[in-house]
Design a protein around this ligand. Structure first.
Ligand code: NAD
Length: 481
């Protein structure tokens, strides 16, 4: 369904995120017929480029980041015609008049803040000062949203001075993933799961976001952040919220976000024994690169490139069901999944229960987005009543009869939601603050103790102690592969 006509200004349009994700994503929406002819995209950044030079840059970005099967010269040419460019300086006066002149008064107007996070507040002020923010204007704010509660509050206050909450779209691209939204459909459009969705029937939940790459060129930036701030406070807590929240009364932005906020507020403080932090090391000669300390350019760094935590949601539904979270860099494979392990049936009627395993509902975010439910059946054949576990597999690509490439990428879906004015998949200011309020004391405690992260081999499944975190509870992590 096409969206309304719009002017989308990508500020920081020459940067890595814009070139790799935002502009290729917009092209795919163009190709899908979702952009009306009047939709326009304006790049803005500090570089002094002509419109032609910027369009050439976008053409290169599409060549590099769009599937070959989707590169249709006529469509690319039509897409490039939508694109303009204005050089601006967020910290100065240059370019704002030209940007204002380029915008139309009668279409949806959105500014995508794809600049360094230190500029977010200033950028909001500039838009206001130069009269670019109309009451219908939307702003899309990238991550990270603050680095602790105080900075997130300050940023919220600055944004709130110039924009109403309904104009502010704090992006968390995990929420734009097809499977993550499907999690809500699976939970709330079926009767099958919800009656079992509580501590009485769910043994535990595992959330894994494993990356195979290291911090690479972003080392200096990452070293000031670490896995807790970079992944857990935002993406992983958002996933946890979607699993743990109560059914919203309606699929509506504030109804959903109210329920997520209640979950964040119910998170218990995490004691030291329930936290494992790690840093990757590379054995010499390193096949995939150097160790973390080298990548970070800081031989004394105590920043974690890996973290595992056991988290409790203290409410009526979840008391007794731990949520184990783990995320890290330079692990065995790139994989993100949520696995919900159900409890044993109360009584077994089978003499030979050797093949018995728990029911597990696995929600795979990458690779191969899909949902998979492991159920017990009788092993086929004449061997008597022997049990075997089989997956009920719903890979979206096969289930929907497509090759999977038509599932829109998270960024493009979320940008279209901004144009439609739908905030359901964006974080509200109070949610972000509540998440920091939980995160801050955890970080403060390990900083006060002077904890050092445990080394783990690049290409492994993470530190030994993370295995123990599960073993001591009689559970085990799913394999990363
Ligand atoms: P980048 O450094 O590659 O690009 C920054 C852009 O901002 C460039 O276009 C630059 O010209 C512009 N810019 C810098 N100073 C400016 C100023 N004073 N006035 C106007 N323009 C200015 O950064 P990036 O990696 O593209 O990241 C952009 C934002 O997205 C950051 O907030 C980052 O945290 C966030 N983000 C990036 C990624 C990623 O994969 N790159 C992922 C998640 C979030």
């Amino acid at each position: 369904i096409p969206v309304d006509p719009f002017d989308l200004v990508v500020i920081g349009a020459t940067g890595d995120l814009a070139q790799r994700k935002i502009l290729p994503g917009l092209y795919r929406r163009h190709l899908a017929g979702q952009m009306p002819p009047e939709a326009r995209i304006l790049g803005a950044a500090r570089s002094d480029l002509t419109e032609a030079a910027f369009r050439a840059m976008v053409a290169d970005a599409l060549a590099a980041h769009v599937d070959a099967a989707k590169q249709h010269p006529a469509e690319i040419a039509a897409f490039l015609k939508r694109i303009g460019y204005v050089a601006i300086d967020v910290s100065g006066a240059a370019g704002w008049g030209a940007l204002k002149a380029a915008l139309r008064p009668d279409v949806v107007r959105a500014f995508y803040f794809s600049v360094a996070p230190g500029l977010f507040g200033e950028l909001a002020e500039r838009l206001h000062e130069h009269g670019l923010a109309t009451p219908q204007t939307r702003i899309v704010v990238e991550k990270p949203f603050g680095r602790d509660l105080a900075s997130a509050r300050a940023l919220n206050a600055t944004l709130a001075a110039h924009f109403a909450e309904h104009q502010i779209y704090r992006i968390d691209h995990y929420l734009g993933k097809e499977t993550v939204q499907n999690l809500m459909a699976v939970r709330f459009a079926n009767i099958l799961f919800e009656p079992l969705w509580n501590a009485q029937y769910i043994d535990h939940v595992q959330i894994t976001v494993a990356e195979a790459v290291g911090v690479g060129g972003r080392g200096a930036y990452y070293d000031k952040s670490g896995a807790m701030r970079d992944m857990v406070q935002n993406h992983m807590l958002q996933l946890l919220c979607l699993i743990a929240m109560e059914p919203p009364w309606h699929f509506d932005p504030d109804a959903v976000r109210d329920e997520k906020l209640k979950v964040i507020r119910a998170l218990q403080p995490v004691p030291a024994p329930d936290i494992v932090r790690g840093q990757y090391v590379a054995r010499d000669p390193a096949p995939g690169g150097a160790g973390y300390l080298h990548d970070a350019g800081n031989p004394a760094s105590r920043t974690e490139s890996y973290i595992a935590l056991k988290v409790h949601v203290a409410n009526w539904r979840w008391t007794g069901t731990p949520f184990y979270l783990r995320t890290g860099k330079r692990l065995r494979a790139r994989t993100s999944e949520i696995a919900i392990t159900f409890k044993e049936p109360p009584h077994s009627i089978f003499d030979d229960a050797r093949g018995w395993r728990e029911n597990v509902l696995v929600i795979r975010l990458q690779p191969n987005e899909g949902i998979n439910l492991k159920v017990m059946i009788k092993e086929p054949g004449p061997g008597g009543m022997r049990l075997v576990q089989v997956p009920l597999d719903m890979s979206f690509a096969t289930a929907l009869g497509e090759d999977g490439t038509d599932i829109p990428d998270a960024y493009e879906r979320l940008i279209m939601d901004v144009i439609r004015g739908n905030q359901t998949l964006f974080m509200r200011g109070d949610e972000v603050e509540a998440a920091w309020a939980w995160t801050d004391p955890i970080i403060a405690a390990w900083e006060a103790r002077g904890d050092r992260p445990q080394p783990y081999d690049a290409g492994s499944s993470g530190p030994e102690d993370a295995l123990m975190l599960m073993h001591r509870d009689g559970r085990r992590w799913r394999e990363i592969r």
